[in-house]
Design a protein around this ligand. Structure first.
Ligand SMILES: Nc1ncnc2c1ncn2[C@@H]1O[C@H](COP(=O)(O)OP(=O)(O)OP(=O)(O)O)[C@@H](O)[C@H]1O
Ligand SMILES: N[C@@H](Cc1c[nH]c2ccccc12)C(=O)O
Length: 433
């Protein structure tokens, strides 16, 4: 049995923060220790170019995020850890998928729609300032996922629509080229993972500039924690945990007992300064052991490069043969082998007869086109042999047999005899080859 494949990407467009760590990296690293799953983690640097056109920042962020994953315990021996831009099969697949994706589907993508809505609201042209990169974002993401035929993709809520689109692209391609080339991936949204607030109480996010960098040096970490917004209650006055960013961040790191103890101290009127000291100590306890490794890796980017290159080799062992197969499927082929490929492609796209027994105890058959359309549906027969004989007649005599066995068939909306005869012809030709 094949193992389940998990895949997730992180866009290197800034410095990783405590929210990225608690909300994504830590649970992903814990999950990666499960021996029954295959894990793919990658740096989505092509995606970074959509929102960040500062080359130094892209490079810096790639280094910081790669070093963060490794320092936080990701083991590149057990997972496939790579950089998107090291896998040339991804942009090539992006093009194949682009050609089977409706433009209308992409018009509905949240990120693109949000940009258009903003322009409409301000009276600008709808596509003002919108790059084709932003528009195509879901296709690139689809290629990231489909190139490894990932089954499960852990993502935040905002990415669920992209997974639906990836499924659409996979089924369109399978349908058009008549084969099970792609597995349909599923989003995994971990509801139990907390969203950490930032310094100002809103969601901690690069875009809000309210983050605490995951590997801020100790003294900077202390300073940032001291700047978390609190209310003006004085020492000795009872404090509310509800709506306290400080408490929520603490919960993202502490055990249940530790959280209960701080809740008690809030009720007893702990001074904000002391609560901040407790938060600082708790976070530093978790981060300090990793900080040394992080700083080492940041100072040795050649080692990071080597780890990513090894990851790319591992990843391409899967991507290269799949892409080869896809090239053949779409008709980009070695011309010396063209005729062979043609026969094979024709075979994969054939209609099919199916014979089965229903719960009423009767035997039935149907004819299904390669794209899944139902072309013929029989009524029930008492013996399986009768169903088999009718199939054999249709295969042998085509149109004549179809006319003769009409009374044993249901009428189907939207299907005419020509369509059925064409399918029977196609089956006959294939059998003759
Ligand atoms: N405050 C947060 N709490 C928990 N998880 C978070 C938080 N912010 C981001 N994540 C998770 O980290 C991963 C990377 O997210 P992302 O790069 O969007 O972070 P971000 O700082 O919000 O960036 P941006 O502002 O550019 O969207 C995602 O899985 C996301 O769910
Ligand atoms: N778009 C994702 C990052 C990403 C790119 N490709 C992916 C493939 C799978 C999962 C996530 C991704 C984000 O912003 O968070």
């Amino acid at each position: 049995m094949s193992t389940t494949r998990f895949l997730t990407g992180i866009t290197p467009s800034g410095t990783p923060h405590l929210g990225n760590y608690a909300g994504m990296m830590r649970p992903a690293i814990e999950a990666s220790r499960d021996k029954n799953v295959e894990n793919f983690y990658f740096l989505a640097d092509y995606h970074a170019l959509i929102k960040c056109q500062d080359p130094e920042r892209v490079q810096r962020s790639t280094i910081e995020i790669a070093a963060s994953w490794l320092a936080a315990g990701l083991d590149p021996e057990h997972v496939t850890f790579y950089r998107q831009s090291d896998i040339p099969e991804i942009p090539e697949l992006t093009w194949f998928l682009t050609c089977v994706t409706g433009k209308g589907l992409l018009n509905r993508a949240h990120a693109y729609k949000a940009a258009v809505d903003k322009n409409n609201a301000s009276g600008s042209e709808p596509d003002d300032g919108v790059t084709a990169g932003l528009f195509m974002y879901p296709v690139l993401m689809g290629a990231d996922i489909l190139i490894f035929n990932a089954n499960k993709v852990p993502v935040g809520r905002d990415q669920v629509q992209h997974l639906e689109m990836a499924r659409d692209m996979a089924s369109s391609f399978n349908h058009i080229y008549g084969g099970e080339y792609f597995t349909l991936p599923e989003a995994v949204v971990e509801e139990s993972v907390a969203t950490l607030p930032g310094l100002d109480g809103r969601k901690m996010s690069k875009s809000y500039n309210n983050t605490i960098p995951l590997f801020a040096p100790r003294e900077q970490l202390r300073k940032l924690i001291n700047s978390i917004t609190t209310d003006s209650r004085a020492p000795g006055e009872a404090k509310e945990v509800e709506g306290s960013a400080l408490f929520q961040i603490y919960q993202g790191f502490a055990s249940e007992e530790e959280s209960a103890a701080l809740r008690q101290q809030y009720a007893e009127g702990i001074a904000w300064g002391d609560a901040k000291q407790i938060l600082f100590e708790r976070i530093d306890r978790e981060i300090a052991p990793m900080r040394e490794r992080y700083e080492y890796l940041i100072a040795h980017p050649a080692e990071l490069e080597e780890i990513l290159q090894a990851g790319a080799i591992k990843a391409r062992k899967l991507a290269t043969p799949l892409l080869q197969q896809l090239r053949g499927a779409v008709g980009i082929r070695n011309l010396a082998q063209a005729s062979k490929a043609k026969t094979k492609a024709a075979k994969t796209a054939l209609p099919q007869f199916k014979q089965y027994r229903e719960s009423d105890g009767q035997f039935y058959f149907k004819l299904v086109a390669a794209d899944g359309q139902l072309l013929l549906q029989s009524l029930g027969f008492t013996a399986p042999k009768e169903a088999g004989q009718n199939i054999a007649r249709l295969q042998r005599d085509g149109a004549t047999a179809l006319a003769a066995i009409k009374p044993c068939l249901q009428t189907l909306d939207g299907v005419n005899d020509d369509l059925v005869i064409q399918a029977l012809e196609q089956l006959r030709e294939a059998a003759e080859q």
